[in-house]
Ligand binder design. Structure first.
Ligand code: GLN
Length: 203
């Protein structure tokens, strides 16, 4: 089938509305998701930027932590931006002691690595697989990827640090494409979701 599956945006905390708009621009029906049963109704999930310790806490109190982990483990497509990148890291540095991640990418992510809120910045980022020139990377108290395992593919670096990674159906960026008008990375994720749905239909 050529219809695009609905993509969810995890709506516990963070810039949910911006991602819903970016996904719609990239050609996918999109909806907020905050309850476990809603995960069965979507073809892929975006985890937005925001504050990862708060997101982790809310995931626990909404009973979403284990359902989200299961979603990732099942190979369903997930795209995390900034705090969302932290959420899909197998290992975290400079997190809070009680902070949980979902895992999904064999990488070590350092939280707040690029500095404090007032050290937020924008930079042109070349991303592997994204044609048409660099994307505008908006970094807000952003994490970077300290190291990746063999199965993770580095898609972009900035200042010697990895800022975009993909492993199978999980994609993560340190920066926020949803805050720019350029939705090529969302379009890549929409393609990942379409491909996963098509593979599911063939299976
Ligand atoms: N520093 C934030 C955190 O630890 C992430 C910032 C963001 O998502 N813009 O979650």
């Amino acid at each position: 089938m050529s219809t695009t599956p609905t993509i969810g945006v995890l709506a516990l905390q963070g810039d949910v509305r911006e991602h819903l708009g970016a996904l719609a621009d990239a050609g996918a029906p999109a909806r907020p998701v905050r309850r476990p049963e809603e995960l069965a109704e979507i073809g892929g999930l975006v985890i937005p930027g925001g504050e990862s310790t708060t997101m982790s806490k809310l995931a626990v109190s909404f009973g979403m932590l284990e359902p989200l982990r299961a979603f990732v483990r099942a190979g369903r497509p997930v795209y995390g931006t900034c705090a969302g990148m932290i959420m899909v890291a197998d290992k975290l540095l400079d997190g809070r002691d009680d902070q949980e991640t979902l895992g999904g990418i064999d990488m070590i992510v350092r939280r707040n690595a690029f500095g404090r809120q007032n050290e937020s910045f924008e930079a042109a980022i070349e991303v592997a697989g994204i044609g048409g020139g660099p994307v505008e990377g908006v970094f807000i108290r952003a994490p970077w990827v300290e190291s990746v395992g063999a199965s993770a593919e580095v898609l972009a670096t900035y200042g010697g640090h990895t800022v975009a990674v993909r492993q199978g159906n999980v994609l993560a960026t340190s920066f926020h494409p949803e805050l720019t008008g350029d939705h090529r990375i969302h379009a890549l994720f929409v393609e990942m979701v379409r491909a996963a749905a098509a593979a599911g239909e063939r299976a």
